[in-house]
Design a binder for this molecule. Sequence first.
Ligand SMILES: Cc1ncc(COP(=O)(O)O)c(C=O)c1O
Length: 386
Amino acid sequence: MIYLDACATAPLRPGVLQRMVEIQDQAWANPSSLHGFGLRASEALERSRAQIADKLNADFRDVVFTSGATESVHLALHGLAGLQSPGRLVISSVEHPAVSGAAHQLFRNGWEVVEWPVDQLGRIRLERLDELLSPPTRILSLVWGQGEIGTIQPLLSVAEACRRRGILIHTDASQVLSQGLPNWSQLPVDLMSASAHKCGGPRGIGLLLVRESLRCELKPLLSGGGQEAGLRSGTESVVLAAGMAAALAQIERCDPDQLAVAGNGIAELRNALRDRLLTDERLVVCGDPDQRLPHHLSLLVSDHNGQPVSGRQLVRSLDAQGLAVSSGSACSSGKDSDSSVLTAMGLPQTMRRSGVRLSLGPWISAGDLDGITERFFHGLEVENNS
Ligand SMILES: Cc1ncc(COP(=O)(O)O)c(C=O)c1O
């Protein structure tokens, strides 16, 4: 099998499992306990926090551990909404369901929720900026790198516009951190969410970066023992935090403007794969061709007669050929329905189920490309003839 589904979950990076085993052995106790076992666990937890903060150029107090990006997003949006009376929340029309789901909950709590429309490449329509960032908008949540189509949003310019207008901004960076770590001290956003398992760390842990100005104010989702400076009660997983720190330690810092070419040459590899696959006229690239996550390739697929092919069925045919890919985002691939992202991009209805996503990681090399292309074409042929 060749694994091309890094955007769903990446395998553990080298040394991560070993580090987790070591920490589980040495620091297995409850980090809130006052005895020596507890202190050892607490020290290990804080060391992981400090390492992660250091990689992101953040204050260690800015790093809040959660169970993953879905929880981080909910803490960010509910936490911000809890600070004020209901107003307007703007999200893009291509958010992950974690964000649109949290926004929907806020809608039921009296918030007006407005979706920022995107163009055919999945980029938010910047000509709508003044209108959407006018009062009563109080919060903006914008996905940085879209998981299904790979498009990178113009986060920096939008975030600066939010700052000028006093609008709080959260970004979902779940698909970005695996490619390059932003410099948090220079990023004009208030809150940032991510998951470890997209970065070669373990599942079950993520982070929310929180600016100092919000730390004491953000409303927690969970009450209880007051861990994570009161922002996330529940006994912390020292071992998962260590795994996340060990994974992020292997990722380089990246200038946000360079995100599309970050990731140690992975964009060149992806481009080489894209060029091979595009020799078949049944395949077209979906999403922004240039401003896209460097490890991400999304394709719309049709048959010899130009009729769209079901992405889900193609995923099964490719699996039988030894290629693990995904149709759209992993979370929605269990459902046979139109992709909400492709719908928001204005694709004709017949094409909204014909997307497949190939996402690469450091385990793929140039030597794999022939095999991938061959298997892909073979799987497509089988699907066309079925
Ligand atoms: C952009 C984005 N946000 C949030 C998530 C949710 O991450 P998790 O399932 O780790 O909570 C994902 C996962 O695919 C994602 O791609």
